[in-house]
Write a protein that binds this ligand. Sequence first.
Ligand SMILES: O=C(O)CCC(=O)C(=O)O
Length: 283
Amino acid sequence: MRVKSDISTLDDLSGDLAGRYRWTPSAGASVDRALVNADLAALARDGYVIWENLLSDNECRQVRDAVTPLLSHGGRNSFEGHRTQRLYSVLTKTRVCDRLVEHPRALAVLDRLLLPNYLLSALQVINIQPGESSQLLHFDDAFYPIPRPRPALGAATIWAIDDFTAANGATRVIPASHLWDDRRPTSSDVGQPVVMPAGSCIFFLGTLWHGGGANSSAAARLAVTAQYCQPWLRPLEAFTLSVPTDVVKVVSPDIQRMLGYSIHPPFVGAVDGQHPLRLLEQQ
Ligand SMILES: O=C(O)CCC(=O)C(=O)O
């Protein structure tokens, strides 16, 4: 398809004007449409969906072996969790979480939920240690000052690398709270623990109230979480600043796109008037 050069209405600007770097389908295109429809129906009703056993024991072990040496101190406040270890800027430190970020099951839903060229907003390893208390319930797109009720501006996955149990800090969710207006949880809204075996994933909308659980067990609870947002929003982590181009060059086209090497039509995300992927050609 030829790039439109004669712009006579704003609609002419709303399409993909990129010439060399036109939008291409994500790895999510390989997922059965009926499965994605069922996921979207669950999301519309409950605000979340749980996918059991997407990762093998070996894949969970690979994640654990790679991230454990990188974890150190606890959090700086009770939201991060004083007894919770977090790893930020994960893509600059290990390749082992790439397959989680770009898992076809997640991308298939994101492809339908968000606009083309949606972005990765955050990627964290979260290790909740014994003795940690419950995290404040919150919803992830609360940082964007647009009143509720409204459609989610993003979505997230939390991957269980350990079994998630009610005792070890399984994420707690308030089912259907994505539909709330400006209501906040009361003391009776404690949330329901997302109990799932290691290798499973909860996918939830940015409007769903949730939080990390208290860990009253004797062992830590390891998880990896990826957040995604609409392509016209500022991501939580500034990946275009933090991820060096030698890393961008080795990740998949889906991850490149989600790191910001993409355009929200017509110009959002451009570099010196050009598609950001041109930067990779020049280096
Ligand atoms: O670790 C969890 O289960 C949830 C953490 C979370 O929601 C957050 O830190 O924003």
